[in-house]
Structure formats: structure tokens, C-alpha cells
Design a protein around this ligand. Structure first.
Ligand code: SF4
Length: 165
């Protein structure tokens, strides 16, 4: 999947009742195209997840297990270089992952609609306090120039990897 082939956000099927309100958590993005994490946010999600588990008296999870259950490695090719990015897994209508969690997504994956693994019809985003950068920054009522793009997030991952090298 090249930079020019990225899946654009899907058209909003219903008009927003009052665009001046911005995001009113209708979950349209969450039902079709989960947001991408920025570098360092998966670690924050794991910490948040385990703090919540401890507060609830529930078992904590190893980072590898959380990734194995809920995340996929999506990617974007920029100037011939493939940049890997963590994202929540998309689910098909039958509730199963469109592609296996913890795997590298295929080129087809970015073009498929799928419900975010963290979205619940009643509760909305079940990781709201630790949701990905794109979910926090994206608003369907924004001018497109004011929303993050997959390219801008992929560049964050590239810069983080370059700093580590
Ligand atoms: S992480 Fe939360 S806000 Fe982001 S797509 Fe999934 S359910 Fe929606």
C-alpha cells in the first residue's frame, strides 16, 4: 500500500446534528476505521489497562498478551520505506478480526472497513482515557487540514525509530 493508496476516511453516512459541537462520540469512525497510535502510546495503554485492572481486582496482562489480543501492525509506505504503526484490530461483522492480531497487516487491510476491537455499542470507546492519538485528534467536523493523516502519524513512528537508531 503506497502513500497514494491509503484508505481515506469513509464518508459520514448521516449528517452531523450540529457540527458546531464537534465530536459528539457517535462512534462512526470507531465502527469503520480505528485510529492509529503514536509512538509510546501502546506502553501507556498497557499501564492504564493494568492500573484499571488492579483497581477492579481483575488480573493484569503482560504487554505481549494485550498486543496479541487487540492490536495489529498497520503500515504505510513513504518514499519507498515501509513504516510500521500500531493500531487497534478491526473486526468483521461476525466479530472476528479481519486479520490476525499481532500480525503485520496485508495491503488489503487498510482498505477494509471494520469495527474497532475496543468499541462497544453501549459504552462507546472502552479505552477512552488511553485511546490512540488519531482518535483524540481526529474530528469529523474539522476541516481536513486540521485532522491528522496516516502519513503524519507514520512520520512520527519514523522519527522515533530514527532517534533510537
Ligand atoms: S480506540 Fe476508541 S476512539 Fe479509537 S477507534 Fe477504537 S473505540 Fe474508537
Amino acid at each position: 500500500m503506497s502513500e497514494d493508496e491509503i484508505n481515506p476516511y469513509f464518508a459520514d453516512p448521516e449528517p452531523h446534528p450540529n457540527p458546531a459541537l464537534g465530536c459528539i462520540r457517535r462512534g462512526l469512525c470507531c465502527r469503520t476505521n480505528p485510529g492509529w497510535f503514536a509512538p509510546g502510546e501502546v506502553e501507556k495503554l498497557i499501564d492504564w489497562w493494568n492500573l484499571r485492572a488492579e483497581a477492579r481486582g481483575e488480573p493484569t496482562v503482560e504487554p505481549r498478551e494485550l498486543i496479541r489480543q487487540f492490536l495489529i501492525i498497520d503500515w504505510l509506505e513513504i518514499e519507498g520505506e515501509r513504516i510500521d504503526v500500531f493500531a487497534p484490530v478491526k473486526l468483521a461483522r461476525d466479530g472476528l478480526p479481519l486479520e490476525p492480531p499481532a500480525s503485520r497487516a496485508t495491503g488489503l487491510y487498510g482498505r477494509l472497513k471494520g469495527r474497532c476491537v475496543f468499541f462497544d455499542d453501549a459504552a462507546g470507546c472502552t479505552i477512552y482515557a488511553a485511546r490512540p492519538f488519531e482518535c483524540r485528534a481526529y474530528d469529523c467536523t474539522n476541516h481536513p487540514d486540521d485532522n491528522p493523516t496516516h502519513r503524519s502519524i507514520a512520520m512520527m513512528w519514523k522519527e522515533a525509530a530514527d532517534e533510537e537508531a
